[in-house]
Ligand binder design. Structure first.
Ligand code: FAD
Length: 414
């Protein structure tokens, strides 16, 4: 059987795998990326948040993305009946990027891998990881090529960036039930021929249909728009027929968007992903680390996926470089605890969204601009900035402010 050797094997060529591979390649290590699919391939996760820009910039992947003229995203808009709550990323507590993009991921991810290939990074497509064996100081990974032939790669380190493929969590029995409520999603793309002129493209819109159910509308610069529903799994399953029948029925629930998308053909049969949230027992082990969706995924609300994917990829790649240079790395504190701190902040916001507490704060009639800027930083992905009280005291503060909002309403006799 063919056998290759590399310092680092990266499984999966999504944003997480690309950022990790770019960093290690720039640092002079041998790195090999194996990707199950042929690119371009469809993947969901199209509305980015500014936090990811730091990582693309740090590994030199911003220019290739900029050249593609993806739709610039400067904020997020939440609708609840007649109420509107807008976040502008330039008005946030934490310094940092105040814009990012809304992207068809097939093109976005291919742009990243094309750039890596151009630089000389070794990426192989249509190669699926099927087994891993860990030895004392290295691992042997079995890959199956497009013709079904197996071969092996010996690596000092494996970065598992396989997204929902969740290669190592499956092979090493690391899966753990998530604490986030069981939500599912149905989504597609449409040619947005009735898109209003003007600013709308620069925001994702969340149309809140009920406390736990919402619709996303993500306009792209190519004239297409992504639409998708998220809600409790049993609710989405209560609609009958094909995924197209279901999505068309759900679109009727949106007063804001029913007319705009009524009757327009769907670019592909809507896809459904059930029980989206994923978690693991551990984020690393001897000779491997989990990044991006292969590690943890919370919920599409607030669009944090790609930012966590690139944050974890960038950090793990830095730590692997350190270890390969002979320095000691404390993976528990330097990786696991750090990543989980950010995940915990975001998971408070996701949970409190679905309890309704965050929605009370977003749609209050007496908006507090300071609070808004602090929450805006969280929504931009800056969830490690402890100068932000809405990061530092995330558990307590969201609930307290929601409670005060309730009392204000009561006092006003509403
Ligand atoms: P991916 O982008 O999924 O890449 C993983 C790669 O690994 C794939 O190309 C896959 O083919 C490959 N792979 C899998 N198995 C193997 C194998 N055995 N061998 C080799 N390769 C393999 N995030 C956002 O930031 N914004 C959003 O608006 C957003 N919306 C979302 C909506 C929904 C409904 C869902 C479910 C998720 C959403 N996300 C969003 C999350 C987003 O999809 C992910 O967080 C992001 O794609 C993670 O990137 P990644 O690089 O970890 O994985």
């Amino acid at each position: 059987m063919k056998k290759e050797k590399t310092d680092v094997l990266v499984i999966g060529a999504g944003p997480s795998g690309s950022v990790a591979a770019a960093y290690l390649f720039n640092e002079g290590f041998s790195v090999k990326v194996v990707e199950k699919n042929k690119f371009p391939r469809f993947v969901i996760g199209e509305s980015l948040i500014p936090g990811c820009m730091d990582h693309f910039e740090a590994v030199g992947l911003l220019d290739c993305l900029n050249a593609k003229k993806f739709e610039v995203k400067t904020g997020a808009r939440f609708l609840q009946g007649p109420k509107v709550c807008e976040f502008d990323f330039s008005k946030k507590h934490t310094k940092g990027w105040d814009w990012t993009w809304q992207v068809p991921r097939a093109e976005f991810d291919k742009t990243l891998t094309d750039e890596l290939l151009r630089r000389g990074v070794d990426i192989e497509f249509e190669k699926e990881v099927t087994a891993v064996e860990f030895k004392e100081n290295y691992s042997i990974t079995t890959i199956v090529d497009e013709e079904g032939n197996p071969y092996e790669i010996e690596a000092k380190f494996i970065i598992d960036s396989s997204g929902f493929g969740r290669v190592l969590p499956r092979l090493l029995d690391l899966e753990k039930p998530s604490e986030i409520p069981k939500h599912s999603s149905i989504f597609t793309h449409v040619k947005d021929i009735r898109r209003p002129e003007g600013w709308e493209g620069h925001r994702i819109t969340f149309d809140i249909v009920s406390q736990e159910t919402w619709l996303w509308v993500i306009p792209f610069s190519n004239g297409y728009t992504s639409i998708g529903y998220v809600g409790p799994t049993e609710y989405l399953e209560s609609f009958e027929g094909s995924t197209e029948d279901r999505l068309r029925e759900m679109m009727k629930l949106s007063n804001h968007y029913q007319d705009r998308f009524e009757g327009l053909p769907y670019e592909f049969e809507p896809k459904m992903i059930e029980n989206i949230a994923k978690s693991v027992k551990q984020l690393y082990g001897k000779g491997f680390v989990l990044t991006g969706n292969s590690a943890e995924f919370l919920d599409p609300v607030f669009s944090s996926g790609v930012t966590f994917a690139t944050e974890s990829a960038h950090l793990s790649a830095k730590l692997i470089a350190k270890e390969l240079r002979g320095e000691t790395v404390d993976w528990e504190t330097e990786y696991s605890q750090y990543m989980l701190e950010g995940v915990n902040v975001f998971s408070t916001y996701v949970k409190e969204w679905y309890t309704g507490n965050l929605q009370k704060i977003f749609f209050t009639d007496s908006e507090n601009p300071v609070i808004k800027e602090q929450i805006c930083s969280v929504l931009a992905g800056y969830v490690w900035d402890k100068t932000n009280p809405f990061v530092k005291n995330h558990h307590r503060l969201v609930r307290t402010v929601a409670h005060i909002t309730d009392m204000e309403k009561e006092n006003a006799g509403l």
